[in-house]
Design a binder for this molecule. Sequence first.
Ligand SMILES: *Cc1c(COP(=O)(O)O)cnc(C)c1O
Length: 353
Amino acid sequence: MSTLWSPLVHDLVPYTPGEQPKGQRFVKLNTNENPYGPSPRVLNAIRAATNDDLRLYPDPTSSELAQAIADTHGLTADHVFLGNSSDEVLAHAVNGLFRGKGAILFPDITYSFYVTYCMLYEIAFRQVLLRSDFTIDPLDYVGPNGGIILANPNAPTGIALGLPAIEDILRRNPDVVVLVDEAYVDFGAESAASLIPRYDNLLVAQTFSKSRSLAGLHAGFAMGQPHLIAALRRIKDSFNSYPLDRLAQAGALAAWQDRDWFNLTRAKVMADRDRLAEGLRHAGFTVLPSATNFLLMSRPTRDAEDLLAGLRERGILVRHFRQPRIRDWLRISVGTAEECDQVLRELIDLADL
Ligand SMILES: *Cc1c(COP(=O)(O)O)cnc(C)c1O
């Protein structure tokens, strides 16, 4: 702390990212990274873009990439906003669409960055309790509010909400924006992007970090009707006009175009997730149904922090959240088949100690 800080900075509670260990080699199942590398076409595209053109500023709206994303969803490029990660896109959306409109709503157990953005932009918020089985009740999202954020599938629960429920929430809240964060949608849920032509209050955010194996390149995007995208552009151009550099635009475009790689790698992740969930349940663990690349699981008789420490000693990192309702749970990212087998073996061993 410093007396030179602004009062806002003084009061911030920044987001705590999962550990990125240096040196020692861990089986890293703590930050939901994809165990498979990006498409080889991505690396080729980045190599090809590594030339003297780097002296020039990049395309400020990543228009070729926006067009490719729009084409996939049957939209036009003015429905797509690119950002330097979906976190940045979410921050711009919170700032540009929610600020100054009253308390916004999101579940009590969800991506903790939403609280952080509310603090950063001084927005009131209300955390809506998930049901005891960690599902969302759409009827809880009614009444006056300044906007709604839903991660779908939710994180860290992994549970997906069906499109009819999303549509119900959109219909009941026509005067505010409903932001659907689809960071994990490609691992088994249905995207709300198909609802965009019918709902002028829907903004959908996605990322290249998880299903397209590009956390290290860090590109994300939002889709919505052009009037919402225009708000995000106004914020971007008041902050950083060039969020994606030339290499990121080239790499993300190649990743988007290589559907085969995308489908192959996500199918492997989903198959190994289901196998790991089955193995854990068979061994007496409680595992929430997941439509993501991670599992939230618990061993009612064992302290989650003990299991976390035990796994760490055995070279495996997973994630624990010190939040009351989920402090008995651990979140395990789905790794390769071998990594899944390893974490299952070690957990079974630790559970009986
Ligand atoms: C990982 C994640 C993101 C952020 O993805 P980036 O594009 O890497 O910033 C957003 N929302 C949720 C729920 C996530 O888990």
